[in-house]
Design a protein around this ligand. Structure first.
Ligand SMILES: NC(=O)c1ccc[n+]([C@@H]2O[C@H](COP(=O)([O-])OP(=O)(O)OC[C@H]3O[C@@H](n4cnc5c(N)ncnc54)[C@H](O)[C@@H]3O)[C@@H](O)[C@H]2O)c1
Length: 311
C-alpha cells in the first residue's frame, strides 16, 4: 500500500507522520511545491523510524508527481490556511485553483487512488476535486467530521471528567460555523450524554465546537494541525486496512437527508472502496432544520465557486 500526502505543511506533515507511525503502508510520499521542504520532512520522518519503530519508507517530492504513481490513497492538504479574522470561505480564491491543479496531477499518476481532501473551504474543495477527478463519488471525500466530532468529544470529556475515548458522537453538515453536533446521538460509554450533563453546559459545548477551529486560529495565528492531521490519517487507515469504520465525512449526497448534488458531512462507512455506505439516521424537525441551514451555507460558497469558472 502506498499513500501520498500533497502539501507538506502543518497538516500534511502531521498526517504523513501519523500514517507512518501506524505502520500500515509500505510507502508514504510527501509532495509540496516548495523546493526541498517535502524531501527534508520525509528524511526527518525516516530518521524517526528507528525511534518510533516503523518501517514505512518515506519519500519527498518537489512537485514531481511521478513519485506518487500508483498510490492507493492520496490526501490533499495543499493550499493556504486561515489567519485570524478570516473564515474558511475566504480561502476559496487561492485554494480552488490549487486543488484543481493538484487533483489533475494526482489522477493522472494514480487513477485508482481514493482521494481525501483537507484544503478549505472543505465542502466546496471536495466538490471541486470530485468534478476534476471524474471518478466515482465513493472515491472522493473530505475530512472535517472526524476533526469536528473530536473537538466536541474532547470538550465533553473535559466537562465530564471522563476519558475522551469513552465519548461517542455524531456531527453533520458543512465544515463551518453552521456545523451540526447532535447531542441526541452522543453517548458516554453507551449512556446518553443528556443524562450526565445539564442542557446549558451541553449547549455551550456545542457552540464552542462550532467555533473550535477559529479558537485555535486566534491562539496560533494559523489553523490547527495535530487533530486535523490525525483525523486525515484515521481515514487513510480505515481505507488501507479495509476497517469498515463509521465516521462523519464530507461526501456527495444525492437525495440522502433531502440534499441533492452537493458535498456535505454525513455518517459513512469507510473501507477499501472508500465511501462504502452513506448512513441515514433519523433526524427530528429541529435537527433537520439545522442541517438544512448548514447545507444552505455550503450552497452560498458553491455559488461563489461556480462564478469563478475554475472547472
Ligand atoms: N478540513 C479540515 O478540517 C482542515 C483542518 C485544518 C486545516 N485545513 C486546511 O488545510 C490546508 C493546509 O493547512 P496547513 O495548516 O497545513 O497549511 P500550511 O501552509 O502549513 O501548508 C500548506 C502547504 O501546501 C503547499 N502548497 C501550496 N500550493 C501547492 C501546490 N500547488 N502543490 C503542492 N503543494 C502546495 C504549501 O507550500 C504548504 O507547504 C488549508 O487550506 C487549511 O485551511 C483543513
Amino acid at each position: 500500500m502506498k499513500v501520498t500526502v500533497v502539501g507538506a505543511g502543518n497538516v500534511g506533515a502531521t498526517c504523513a507522520q501519523i500514517v507512518a507511525q501506524k505502520n500500515i503502508v509500505q510507502e508514504v510520499v510527501l509532495l509540496d511545491i516548495k523546493e526541498g521542504i517535502s524531501e527534508g520532512k520525509s528524511l526527518d520522518l525516516w530518521q524517526a523510524a528507528p525511534i518510533n519503530y516503523y518501517d514505512s519508507s518515506l519519500v519527498g517530492s518537489t512537485n514531481d508527481y511521478s513519485k506518487t504513481a500508483e498510490s492507493d490513497v492520496v490526501v490533499i492538504t495543499s493550499g493556504v490556511p486561515r489567519k485570524p479574522g478570516m473564515s474558511r470561505d475566504d480561502l476559496i480564491s487561492i485554494n480552488a485553483g490549487i486543488v484543481k491543479n493538484v487533483t489533475e496531477n494526482v489522477v493522472k499518476h494514480s487513477p485508482k487512488a481514493k482521494i481525501i481532501i483537507v484544503s478549505n473551504p472543505l465542502d466546496v474543495m471536495t466538490y471541486a476535486a470530485f468534478v476534476t477527478a471524474k471518478k466515482p463519488k465513493n472515491e472522493v471525500m473530505g475530512m472535517a467530521g472526524i476533526l469536528d466530532t473530536a473537538r466536541y468529544r474532547a470538550f465533553l470529556a473535559e466537562a465530564l471528567d471522563v476519558s475522551p475515548r469513552d465519548i461517542q458522537a455524531l456531527l453533520m453538515g458543512g465544515h463551518g460555523d453552521t456545523m451540526v453536533p447532535l447531542p441526541r446521538y452522543t453517548t458516554v460509554a453507551g449512556i446518553p450524554v443528556t443524562e450526565l450533563i445539564d442542557e446549558e453546559k451541553l449547549n455551550a459545548i456545542v457552540e464552542r465546537t462550532k467555533k473550535g477551529g477559529g479558537e485555535l486560529v486566534n491562539l496560533m495565528g494559523t489553523s490547527a494541525w495535530y487533530a486535523p492531521g490525525s483525523a486525515a490519517a484515521q481515514m487513510v487507515e480505515a481505507i488501507v486496512m479495509d476497517q469498515k469504520r463509521i465516521f462523519p465525512c464530507c461526501v456527495k449526497l444525492d437525495g440522502e437527508y433531502g440534499l441533492h448534488d452537493m458535498f456535505v458531512g454525513a455518517p459513512v462507512k469507510l473501507g477499501k472502496n472508500g465511501v462504502e455506505q452513506i448512513i441515514e439516521v433519523k433526524l427530528n424537525e429541529k435537527e433537520k432544520q439545522l442541517l438544512q441551514n448548514s447545507a444552505n451555507a455550503v450552497h452560498k460558497v458553491m455559488e461563489i465557486f461556480n462564478e469563478m469558472n475554475i472547472l
